[in-house]
Ligand binder design. Structure first.
Ligand code: FAD
Ligand code: 2HG
Ligand code: ZN
Length: 449
């Protein structure tokens, strides 16, 4: 790192907010698949510092990568080369919660779990939830328009973001903060930043509409004989407004993970050729009996939690899948949208008779979002196979009217398939917007666009 540049950063953020040693955790993504070679991480503590950093970088054509919890799964949060990493983790002050409007105002570097802990005193919670809740930050969630485990009831994150403060690549602070539920004053600029994966600017604050914590909830775990039965149960329960989550897991992964739970009471002796569903219902008051009756049409194999601890254990079986796959090797991960009744068909198209490397499908069936994870022992083997798999997979997804990314985003992983997904005109329009905000191309280069 050029010493003049380092000195300039020292003037802006002070030496205690500059890291130049042991940068591995910042350069490497959660899957150990993408590794950059940044030599410097800045941890600004105020919006003004973020603004001064970006102004300096823009004037000196220095490329930057915004980083929050670094739990992203598409290589978006780590540099490709030696970009400067701007970590938002010290921008972690929650400003207020307004009980009349249920609107939270916070800096963007707060961990999702911490936001929920803060909201507990008001009996409110964040409107989205995901397995990375202990590490991911508000700004990372917004920049990826994170999906998660309760979209089936609450819908997507972008509907709950009422306002943002964003620093543009030239250092200008764009005040889009807004505490009004209704604000109908023209083009909704904040939407451009939600899901744009740090390619247009850095989100420093947000106003979030929160949701009340329900009085009652119940978790069900079902064993089913076929994937068609999964879809039948889905059709039956989807109409019910109590439905919070509808998560599907293949027997082959639950079976493989059984050894992780010696001593814990499993809901079933999992079988490789069975299909499992976790359903949660919630509300101010819920009708467990009528809900169970609906499901009993399709299976008698239903377990219900009897305590909060049991509910958490049932969720663990679902949430630990991502981590457990990572322990097996290097994982190719897909998060496509496709009609739910096509999930099994899609996987069979990629691996007829389910041969090939160990792979599983699971995920948010209730939202039409399937995760396919394929494990390779060596990273080189993964790279050898990925083009072939992706051309087929994304081609099929496109022809079924789906999306190549339902929730994790594009990052560096799926960038070359953007034209297939969007078409030339739409992609060109996105590129024009990028050029407008970031004419020098300093923001998260070679990601998404
Ligand atoms: P990072 O990974 O640090 O960054 C993500 C992207 O946003 C990067 O492109 C980065 O440059 C950009 N960025 C970060 N902060 C800012 C900012 N302040 N301003 C502008 N750009 C910024 N995702 C889902 O959608 N649903 C899930 O259910 C889900 N489950 C997960 C479970 C596990 C165990 C793990 C490891 C990941 C999971 N993810 C899931 C993926 C990931 O957690 C989400 O994408 C999350 O929103 C990323 O947040 P983060 O704070 O880690 O952001
Ligand atoms: C989940 O739903 C996450 O568990 C991660 O989105 C999925 O690792 C994956 O492929
Ligand atoms: Zn997911």
């Amino acid at each position: 790192m050029n010493s003049k540049i380092k000195l300039a950063f020292e003037k802006i953020v002070g030496t205690s907010n500059i890291i130049t040693n042991d940068l591995n955790p910042f350069n490497t993504d959660w899957m150990n698949k993408y590794v950059g070679s940044s030599q410097i991480v800045l941890t600004p503590q105020t919006t003004v510092q973020v603004s001064q950093i970006l102004k300096f970088c823009n004037e000196n054509l220095l490329k930057v990568v915004p980083q929050s919890g670094n739990t992203g799964l598409v290589g978006g949060s780590v540099p490709i080369n030696d970009e400067i990493i701007i970590s938002l983790k010290k921008m972690n002050k929650i400003q207020e919660f307004d009980l009349n409007s249920a609107i939270l105002t916070s800096e963007s570097g707060v961990i999702l779990d911490n936001l929920n802990n803060y909201l507990l005193q008001y009996k409110y919670q964040m409107p989205w939830d995901l397995g990375a809740r202990g590490s991911c930050l508000l700004g990372g969630n917004i920049s990826t328009n994170a999906g998660g485990l309760n979209v089936v009831k609450h819908g997507l994150l972008r509907n709950y973001i009422l306002g943002l403060e964003v620093v543009l690549p030239n250092g200008k602070i764009l005040n889009l903060l807004n505490k009004n539920r209704k604000d109908n004053t023209g083009t909704d600029l904040k939407q451009l930043f939600i899901g744009s994966e740090g390619t247009l600017g850095i989100i420093t604050k947000a106003n979030v509409l929160c949701i009340p914590i329900p009085n009652e909830k119940k978790v069900f775990f079902l064993e089913l004989k076929s994937f068609q039965d999964v879809i039948k149960v889905l059709q039956k329960v989807k109409r019910n407004e109590q439905l919070l989550a509808f998560e599907f897991m293949e027997g082959r992964i639950l079976y493989k993970n059984m050894h992780r739970h010696n001593g814990n009471q499993l809901p079933f002796q999992f079988q490789e050729d069975r299909y499992y569903v976790l359903i949660e219902i919630s509300g101010q008051s819920i009708n467990v009996d009528s809900f169970s009756m609906d499901m009993m049409e399709f299976t008698q194999e239903i377990i219900m939690n009897q305590s909060e601890k049991e509910a958490q254990f049932l969720w663990k079986l679902r949430e630990e899948i991502a981590e457990s796959m990572g322990k097996m090797g290097y994982v190719l991960k897909y998060d496509v949208s496709i009609p739910p009744d096509k999930f099994e068909w899609l996987v069979n198209q990629i691996y007829p008779k389910r041969e090939g490397p160990f792979h599983v499908y699971y995920g948010h069936v209730g939202d039409g979002n399937v995760h396919i994870n394929i494990v390779f022992e060596q990273l080189e083997d993964l790279h050898k196979e990925e083009d072939k798999i992706e051309q087929k997979l994304f081609g099929l997804v496109k022809s079924e009217g789906g999306s190549i990314s339902a929730e994790h985003g594009i990052g560096q992983h799926k960038r070359k398939y953007m034209e297939l997904q969007k078409g030339k005109d739409v992609l060109e329009c996105m590129n024009e917007i990028k050029r407008l905000f970031d004419p020098n191309g300093i923001m998260n280069p070679n990601k998404l666009l």
